[in-house]
Every structure is written in structure tokens, then in C-alpha cells.
Design a protein around this ligand. Structure first.
Ligand SMILES: Cc1ncc(COP(=O)(O)O)c(C=O)c1O
Length: 364
């Protein structure tokens, strides 16, 4: 990822960046990757990191070079971006139902090993027709709703019916199950997180036995997140982990005492200040607040009010004055990165590289 011989930024300091700017501390970032490797060491769980967290082709390539078995992504445009970057094994962890997108998907399957999640027979039929027309094979995971109440089917009988249907469809391969328990990822208390994960484990074990007793082999069980990585490695049921945020972390994940540290910061400038109120030049147009407000790196704050291009910090206790740079830890790393075109990689006060966020395409 970091090729110092082709630096796009020369002799640049953080203080010289125009704000708001996304910066990643490379040392913390690499340490987070190492911590994930340590967690997975000796376990049968393999890392299939989620692309939605960074959407940077260069980081995805680096993750694959460093042992990831493939990439997870949320959208077709992300899968296309990954394939263009040479990633050979891609999972779209969602349903694609639009007919034009299904044709694109089937074509893409000619250039990589492409897996898609399904939860509906008509959709499976449409995927099969497109796969036959393109002459390519599409791998399918049946999505099992393990409690998140998002996509997927909820009974083992429905999973079996879909799995058998896929097996009977031309140019489709039933590869296994996706069971993503996103509702557990951010549960602060580790014991509570463990208990909910253990309940899911039982449900999933029953499902897999039922499928295998009915002659359906389950090769892949995909799911998991940064918040459940530690627990998942111990349980030995999932075959792949879709964690994404672990590389960056954010102010929401920070409260969970995970082995990862914040490496992603939004650099802002203080633009106004008076009696207990400090205002910076970043708001919801450059910092995702869907999971919570940002945290300030140096100093405390009593209340944060967000608007499009401003955060108003009431009762800010730090030293920063008008014109000074102030670092924020975004409330949600994935939705923040999606608002930017580039990330600056920094080492201490030096900016060492600038990488494009290549898959930032809305609605595709
Ligand atoms: C399908 C899926 N897998 C995995 C994740 C885990 O991501 P993270 O590790 O960033 O919490 C998400 C997060 O939204 C997701 O939607």
C-alpha cells in the first residue's frame, strides 16, 4: 500500500493540509492489522475484510497481499472496483435484484470468483438466467437472518428450500450461508456480547446440521464484525470474518475495549470561538454521525451540535484557538470515509502518502 518511491506528496506536514481532511495514522493502522492477524492465528476463521469501510483499491490489495482470502463488499459498484483492481475472490454481502444490475453482475462473474447473497426464489431464477446468458458461474450464499431483522430468511426450512433450488439452477453454485449479526457488533458489555453470540451460535449449529442431514453441504459460513471478531475466532463455526472497521475504529467502537486503536481522524480547523463555544469547519457533510457524534482527540466537550459544515462544541476544555487544527475521531468510520475522495496517510507530523477512495460511487 505504501510505496515510498512513488510518493504523491512530498515534504508535506499535517499542519499544511487543507481541512476538513481525513488522515490515517499508518503505524496505528498497521498495528490494527497485526492485532487482527493475532486474533485469527491458529483459528479456522479466515479474514474476508469488508470493503465498505475504506473503499480504497490500494488498501484492499494490501489486505489480500497480507493474507485475506478475498474481499466482502456491499454493492455491485464496489465489486466492480475490486475486480478492476485485480481482486480475484469477491463476496457481495447483499441482494442484487435490479435486472440491469443482475446483467452487470453476471458479466463481472467472468472476471473473478463472485459470490452473492440471496433470500428469494425469483431473484435466484433471475441470477441463473443472467449467468447462463453470460456463460459464467455465480456463487450464492443463502442469507439467514440471525436476529438483525434486515435481509434473509428466518427458518431452517426456508434456507434448505433455497439451497436446494440454487443447486438445481444452471450456472449457480450453492456455497453456504451468510449470517451477519450486526445488532450485536456494538453491544458495549463483553459478557452481553458473548451471550448473544452464543445464542446465535446454537441457532446456526442447528441450521447447519439440518442442512447437512438433508444432503446439503455447507462450505462457507460468512459473517462477523470488528465487535465480534474476538468471540468468533473462539467458536469455530464461521469460516470467514467480514470485519471492516478494525483498521480504523471510531468513537462508537472505541467504547468496546477491543484490541484495536483509532487510526482514522478527521482534521478540522477551529473557525470561531466565544464564551464556551468552539466551532470547527466540519459537519455532517464530512463526518458520518449515523452511529454517534465524533470525539475530540485533545480535550473534553459537554455537548456537540452538528450542522452541514460545522460541529459546535459546547464546553470544550482543550487549548485550541481560532486557526488551530483540531483532530476528531469520527462517530462511524465507514460512513465518514464514504464522504471523502482521498485519505492522507500520516506518520507523526509527516504526510507520507495520499490514496484515492476509489469506490465512492453512490447508487451504482
Ligand atoms: C454484511 C456486513 N458484514 C460485516 C460488517 C462488519 O463491519 P464492521 O467490522 O465495520 O463492524 C457489516 C457492517 O455494517 C455488514 O453490513
Amino acid at each position: 500500500m505504501i510505496d515510498y518511491s512513488k510518493r504523491k506528496v512530498k515534504n508535506m506536514k499535517i499542519s499544511g493540509l487543507s481541512t476538513p481532511a481525513l488522515i490515517v495514522d499508518v503505524n496505528k493502522f498497521k498495528k490494527n492489522a497485526e492485532e487482527m492477524d493475532k486474533l485469527l492465528e491458529g483459528s479456522s476463521l479466515k479474514l474476508r475484510p469488508h470493503y465498505k469501510s475504506h473503499k480504497c483499491a490500494s488498501i484492499a490489495k494490501w489486505q489480500i497481499e497480507n493474507g485475506a482470502i478475498g474481499m466482502t463488499c456491499a454493492k455491485l459498484s464496489e465489486a466492480e472496483d475490486l475486480c478492476d483492481a485485480g481482486i480475484e475472490d469477491i463476496l457481495i454481502a447483499n441482494q442484487i435484484v435490479d435486472s440491469a444490475k443482475i446483467r452487470r453482475l453476471a458479466d463481472l462473474a467472468g472476471n473473478c470468483r463472485l459470490t452473492i447473497c440471496v433470500d428469494n426464489i425469483e431473484n435466484i431464477n433471475a441470477l441463473s438466467t443472467a449467468a447462463v446468458n453470460s456463460g459464467n458461474t455465480i456463487y450464492c450464499l443463502v442469507e439467514y437472518d440471525i436476529g438483525m431483522n434486515r435481509c434473509g430468511v428466518v427458518t431452517k426450512e426456508e434456507v434448505l428450500a433455497l439451497a436446494k433450488h440454487i443447486t438445481a439452477c444452471e450456472n449457480l453454485v450453492f456455497d453456504g450461508i451468510q449470517a451477519y449479526a450486526g445488532h450485536i457488533s456494538h453491544v458495549e458489555d463483553i459478557e452481553e456480547r458473548k451471550e448473544s453470540t452464543a445464542n446465535n451460535y446454537e441457532k446456526l449449529k442447528i441450521l447447519i446440521s439440518y442442512l447437512e442431514d438433508n444432503g446439503v453441504k455447507v462450505k462457507t459460513v460468512s459473517g462477523g464484525s470488528t465487535g465480534t471478531a474476538e468471540i468468533k475466532t473462539a467458536e469455530g463455526l464461521y469460516t470467514e470474518l467480514q470485519a471492516g472497521s478494525y483498521l480504523f475504529m471510531d468513537s462508537t467502537y472505541r467504547t468496546l475495549s477491543l484490541p484495536f486503536e483509532n487510526s482514522l481522524f478527521l482534521l478540522t480547523t477551529v473557525v470561531s470561538q466565544r464564551n464556551g463555544l468552539t466551532v470547527v469547519d466540519a459537519g455532517v457533510k464530512t463526518c458520518g454521525v449515523d452511529q454517534g457524534m465524533p470525539a475530540i482527540v485533545e480535550g473534553d466537550v459537554q455537548e456537540i451540535v452538528a450542522s452541514e459544515e460545522h460541529f459546535q462544541f459546547h464546553g470544550y476544555s482543550g487549548e485550541k484557538k481560532i486557526g488551530d487544527k483540531l483532530r476528531l475521531i469520527p462517530g462511524h468510520c465507514c460512513s465518514t470515509i464514504n464522504l471523502h475522495d482521498k485519505i492522507y496517510l500520516v506518520d507523526g507530523e509527516n504526510v507520507i502518502d495520499r490514496i484515492p477512495i476509489t469506490a465512492r460511487k453512490i447508487g451504482r
